[in-house]
Ligand binder design. Structure first.
Ligand code: ADP
Ligand code: MG
Length: 755
């Protein structure tokens, strides 16, 4: 393969090209590359392509198989299928459509066996680039029209003679198809990338260690890059993909493990476990811990005894009882005379934790503080008092406060702990290195870290993005729970479901209604714009906005989401449940208002709480027994499972009603999985299987590259990359012997952000 490439480089054509771009190297900015120019460069930057090297590493999303070239008469047997033929143009003409707008190019192409008609729309430049008696290679779907065989808008390229197939780019081969954006077509990318490959392939340095390539029989980097763009066969393309899937996951693993090694060299407060105290605490609870809770608590308490900083992820389904496990860890640290910070994602949750934790620790002489955006509260000697923020922060700095619960306000400027030994993070998904650094700034000792999540992520993802954390799992529910009955409600059963809800409410139960943030014109527009590849803000000012839409700002989009929710509210409160107390909750509300509503709902002063997905995380309302979800097809399985976890938090039978307007089999299959399984981990795996890695929570926000994402479906591959990264870092922690790998890792870290 490489031979062919090298031989091509010395052809006349490429020598000329080479002269034209002698000054260019792999790191040259794309706007300096001839034929690209400023406008295209801008467009390419949308894909993160800034340099020649980036462009060469912009891999196709899929391929068109035009590799079999047949005669035109053979194409007759391929009606409705894709075929590739070569022939001579015997006629070609470009005319304007009736309204004079669109160019229509018609041609007749013939080989020694037969003729085929060709039509292209709106490609006026064809008039100049294709002439009678030119030879051409065509690929596309074969149709039969009034005038015989024809191609509608086939891919094409000029050739020197019939039978030429060595140097084809757009036809007569397996053709790469890239993710496109406005003005950047796959054809254009092939036209740009191929000559750059000829020129620069040999300068791409190998980044994987030789022993890894050998052991895994990977293609060397230059061949792999070539084969990904212009594969000789699908096997070659797969081999190239396998290499880069490995490499990207390997880089992620190196990144997380490197951080871990750094952290292992630091020191933490050792907090010996006080078993007597732990027993006293668990005895004081109104329930018995599940075996899973005990196991996890024990693992965490053991970690805390060490001087090596703990980094643990406590994973457990919604309602599995993670808070009490964290409380045990906190209590143990406090009794070793150190401080604890407990960070929640929202104010509602921070306040809920404050209430739960102060309640469960009320007989243990612990000072618990709550710090949110505005409020500062301290719980002392069985009562809660509001204090000024200033005095609160003073107490924190003096070490007067033992456990401080809060939101991100805990890592704001001016918040200083005297002696922080444990940080508990609830549903933070990923605590940034930066945030942790902030907490340990100027400190000799690093706090232990306990991260908790109810977002069940598949094992592969956990091993990858949480690769530096030790995992422990609460995989059983408290015994008093009844399984939530999950029902897909057909359109004609809606009334029945409403009747059922009325009965439940009459019995004092609470109902959640989740309404997806969509059904307004504006949101639909936003969605379609995003699908069209533009960000809403840029697209709105761009020229392809439909004429009948007034310009919209993002703020007005948000208002319209609220409007859609209000419409639903009107419907429910006026038509469906006129006698019931219904309240709305949405993301645009201020925290105190949201908190008041949640409390009213908890106390039973609200019957039905209608909301967008803001109730997704953690709020505990045991009296709620019905979760009704509109537009269920809009949500991932894991998210639906999280919603469902809002009910079934008591010994009463609870229900989850799924409403959907999408009749597709795929949607049915997904929702059925939810009916059949109440295991969050299985559902996350299922999501991965049905919707692909892109649907996984967090993958988008982390910006994982494509190949790595695809690799996430493969447990074996993930484990292999992890083992390889570990082995390499053990041998060479700073990667000093692998400068190319180090360089790639550096670039990679810039691109991917694990937060
Ligand atoms: P999550 O894991 O979703 O954070 P929580 O910690 O909020 O769950 O616990 C949910 C509810 O279950 C709380 O009301 C808590 O008091 C209760 N709970 C926790 N553990 C047990 C248990 N072993 N038996 C019974 N109830 C429990
Ligand atoms: Mg929780």
């Amino acid at each position: 393969m490489i031979k062919i490439i090298l031989s091509c480089i010395i052809t006349q054509y490429h020598v000329l090209r080479r002269k034209a771009i002698t000054m260019i190297t792999l790191s040259t900015k794309i706007e300096e590359v001839p034929k690209i120019g400023v406008t295209h460069a801008k467009r390419l930057k949308k894909f993160g392509i800034k340099t020649v090297q980036d462009l060469l590493f912009y891999f196709p999303a899929r391929y068109d198989d035009f590799s079999e070239i047949i005669t035109i008469s053979q194409a007759r047997n391929k009606l409705g299928e894709v075929a590739c033929v070569q022939g001579e143009i015997v006629e070609i003409e470009t005319t304007k459509s009736i309204y004079g707008r669109m160019a229509i190019t018609k041609a007749v192409v013939q080989d020694r066996t037969a003729q085929i008609n060709v039509i292209w729309f709106n490609q006026p430049y064809l008039e100049k680039s294709l002439k009678e008696s030119d030879f051409i290679c065509l690929a596309g779907k074969v149709s039969l029209g009034k005038e015989g065989l024809f191609f509608n808008s086939p891919a094409f390229e000029r050739i020197n003679e019939i039978g030429e197939n060595e140097e084809l780019t757009h036809t007569g081969r397996i053709v790469p198809v890239y993710s496109e954006t406005r003005g950047v077509t796959s054809r254009w990318l092939r036209y740009i990338i191929k000559p750059l490959l000829y020129r620069f392939l040999e300068f791409i340095p190998e980044s994987l260690p030789a022993e890894i390539i050998k052991k895994n029989k990977f293609l060397p980097i230059q061949e792999a890059v070539w084969q990904l763009h212009f594969p000789d066969s699908f096997e070659h393309a797969d081999a190239a993909k396998a290499r880069f899937s490995f490499e990207e996951l390997f880089l992620i693993q190196l990144n997380v493990l490197k951080e871990k090694i750094k952290l292992m060299q630091k020191k933490s407060h050792a907090c010996p476990m006080d078993s007597g105290l732990m027993k006293k605490f668990t005895d004081s609870l109104p329930f018995q811990l599940t075996d899973s809770q005990k196991k996890c608590a024990f693992a965490i308490l053991k970690d805390l005894e060490k001087t090596v900083p703990m980094s643990r992820l406590l994973e457990g389904d919604v309602g599995s009882g993670k808070t009490v496990v964290a409380t045990m860890a906190a209590l143990n640290v406090v009794k070793n005379n150190h401080q604890v910070a407990f960070m929640a994602p929202t104010e509602i949750l921070a306040k809920q934790h404050f209430r739960t934790i102060t309640e469960s620790l009320k007989n243990f002489d612990v000072k618990v503080g709550l710090l949110t955006g505005k409020d500062a509260r301290i719980f002392k000697e069985a009562e809660t008092t509001e204090v000024s923020k200033k005095s609160f922060l003073g107490d924190l700095e003096n070490g007067q406060l033992d456990i401080t619960i809060g939101t991100h306000s805990l890592i704001q400027k001016g918040v200083e702990f005297k002696d922080l030994a444990l940080v508990v993070l609830d549903e933070q998904h990923r605590f940034g290195v930066e945030q942790r650094d902030h907490l340990i700034k100027n400190k000799k000792l690093v706090p232990h870290l306990l991260s908790m999540t109810a977002t069940p992520i598949p094992r592969t993802l956990a091993l990858t993005v949480y690769g530096d954390l030790d995992l422990c799992l609460i995989d059983e529910m408290p015994k008093n729970r009844k399984k939530v009955k999950t029902i897909i409600v057909e359109a004609q059963q809606r009334k029945q479901a409403y009747e059922f809800i009325k009965k439940e409410v009459a019995g004092g139960k609470g109902v959640f209604v989740i309404f997806p943030k969509i059904d307004s014109t504006a949101s639909k527009l936003k969605e379609s714009l995003e699908k069209a590849g533009g960000s809403p803000s840029s697209a709105i000012s761009g020229s392809f906005v439909p004429q009948n839409y007034a310009p919209l700002s993002l703020a007005s989009l948000a208002i319209n989401e609220v409007k859609a929710l209000k419409e639903e509210y009107e419907k429910l409160s006026k038509e469906v449940f006129p006698d019931l107390r219904i309240t709305m909750l949405h993301g645009k509300m201020k925290a105190p208002e949201k908190e008041r509503i949640m409390l009213d709902f908890k106390k039973g002063e609200i019957d039905i709480l209608l909301s967008t997905s803001v109730v997704e995380v953690g709020v505990d309302v045991p009296r709620a027994t019905i979760m009704m979800i509109e537009g269920a097809e809009r949500f991932g399985l894991s998210q639906l499972h999280q919603f469902r976890g809002r009910v079934g938090r008591s010994d009463m039978q609870s229900y989850c009603f799924l409403f959907t307007t999408d009749p597709s089999m795929l949607n049915r299959k997904r929702l059925k999985a939810l009916v059949e399984s109440d295991n969050g981990f299985k559902l996350a795996e299922k999501d991965l299987e049905i919707r692909g890695p892109g649907s996984l929570y967090g993958t988008q926000q982390w910006g994982l590259p494509d190949m790595a994402m695809q690799g996430l479906s493969n447990v074996f591959l993930v484990e292999k990359t992890r083992a390889a990264a570990k082995e390499l870092l053990e041998k060479d922690p700073t990667l000093s012997k692998y400068p190319e790998l180090k360089e790639r890792l550096k670039n990679f870290e810039k691109r991917v952000h694990f937060e």
